[in-house]
Design a protein around this ligand. Sequence first.
Ligand code: DX5
Ligand code: ZN
Length: 220
Amino acid sequence: MKEVIIAPSILSADFAKLGEECAAMETAGADQLHIDVMDGHFVPNISYGAPIMKSLRKVNKMFFDTHLMISEPLRYIEDFVKGGADRITFHLECDNDPMEVIEKIKSFGVLPAIAIKPGTPYEKVVPYLPFIEMVLVMTVEPGFGGQSFMADMMPKVKALREIIEKEGLNVNIQVDGGIDKNTIGIAAKAGANIFVAGSALFKQENYAKAVEEIRSAAFA
Ligand code: DX5
Ligand code: ZN
């Protein structure tokens, strides 16, 4: 059985007490913090940027999984590295050359990852698999938390997992959007191993219980 990595999306946290919220997630046993950056251009919404992350970095030692939903990632990689990113995921649909973005991320010793939107075929990301640490298959249209899981993305996850195994590559598959204790099993079965969850974790009363429930539901 593959290791299940749970990454709470801070988009659903109470920003007025972000530090405490993230500390509570760490205590609750979450593995990575998923940090959604939206520019109001690549996606309709605006969330937060590198300065918020930098402040959080000072009080939190967790793995920072940065999801850039922005048009020109190349311009901001250095800012997010300085903000304390451990992994930087950018969208294949962005305006920059993917290989150039990957090289830039790697030049800082940070892990590069590529995300694909629901409308993007998995084949498009295949040429980059040997150069990235993770592929993110979006299971909602990026831009907002609290949307419903798109089970019809699972064939993409399956196909990518098969290619990764066949080629002997060391690439994680992340799913993001609508993941909760009812849907995580579907994504795990398809071959995902890193699970982002916003509402299903931050909107719960008891974080430890929520993390445990979702984790144990992955391979139930
Ligand atoms: C959507 C973001 C997600 C979002 C997930 O654009 O990339 O990370 O926060 O939220 P839930 O888990 O509520 O769907
Ligand atoms: Zn995300």
